[in-house]
Design a protein around this ligand. Structure first.
Ligand SMILES: C[S@@+](CC[C@H](N)C(=O)[O-])C[C@H]1O[C@@H](n2cnc3c(N)ncnc32)[C@H](O)[C@@H]1O
Length: 265
């Protein structure tokens, strides 16, 4: 396979490759409220809640919003990658939660008992999962009655003007994450499992001023990370032309959304 949705073990052995994409989003997103604080504001968390973050990555979300969350959260981190989980645990244990524990786990086979959590969070990870319906069923199973699942993902049109540049090394000209688990899929699968779902889109766009950051982000996953010298040179030329056309900047629209479902009971 040749996309952001493949090659997990290599891509996520640690946070280095993800950092290039994280930097692009962090540095150049224009929004009244940043992505992580915007998500945190909408999570239905109460003091003392038991929370599972599946596909937690390096725990950047929690580090960014810990001071804005209700007191006494009992946080469980889980990720398929032991390197990511370790980094997430180290980061989150320093943040003052009531408890932080972790398990290496596949979202489609969660090693937790039924009805264990008040909230399950799966941020920007379901596009990596082969059986997304099974993973959402697992998230439903481990929720307590009345608990919530919060899922984030990208729309198929996310940053279209930037992804179009990757055609030079054979990528489709759109966000592969939004293609593998976009808005329609998230809504359909969560509605099928829970019987309800609400969706909100983060109001934001991107104004990128540094061509090299585009290059690093889009060569952080297949096939860009294994492109030939010729392809990379063509990619740099395409980026440079896009910046020239934009008068020294690359402006692209974002499609990033939060879906929340409630378990009956
Ligand atoms: C794009 S990162 C998102 C990290 C974090 N949730 C965030 O939003 O910043 C995707 C994460 O999902 C993890 N992952 C991929 N497939 C998984 C699976 N089947 N089960 C659990 N975690 C998975 C990866 O190891 C990686 O840490």
């Amino acid at each position: 396979m040749s996309s952001i949705t493949a090659g997990n073990a290599e891509q996520y052995s640690d946070s280095k490759k993800l950092a290039a994409r994280g930097r692009l989003n962090r540095e150049y997103t224009i929004a009244e409220t940043g992505w992580f604080p915007w998500v945190a504001q909408q999570l239905p968390l109460k003091p003392g809640d038991a929370v599972l973050d599946i596909g937690c990555g390096p725990g950047w979300f929690w580090a960014s919003v810990a001071s804005e969350l209700p007191e006494g959260l009992n946080l469980t981190l889980a990720d398929l990658s032991p390197g990511m989980l370790q980094e997430g645990l180290e980061r989150c244990r320093a943040l003052g939660f009531a408890a932080v524990s972790g398990e290496q786990a596949d979202a489609a086979a969660l090693p937790f008992a039924d009805a264990s959590f008040d909230t399950v969070i799966a941020m920007h990870m379901l596009y990596h999962v082969a059986d997304q319906a099974k993973a959402i069923a697992e998230m439903h199973r481990v929720l307590k009655p009345g608990g919530h699942l919060a899922v984030t993902t990208n729309g198929a049109g996310n940053m279209r003007g930037m992804y179009a540049l990757t055609a030079v090394f054979g990528s489709p000209p759109y966000d592969p994450a939004g293609a593998a688990f976009g808005y329609e899929t998230a809504e359909r699968l969560m509605l099928a499992e829970f019987g309800n779902v609400t969706m909100r889109e983060h109001p934001a766009h991107m104004l990128i001023t540094e061509p090299e950051d585009v290059f690093l982000a889009l060569t952080s996953y297949p096939p860009g990370d294994r492109a030939s010298e010729e392809e990379l040179a063509a990619f740099r030329a395409a980026i440079s032309e896009a910046f020239q056309t934009g008068g020294g900047v690359l402006e692209v629209g974002k499609e990033t959304g939060l879906f929340v479902s409630r378990k009956a009971g």
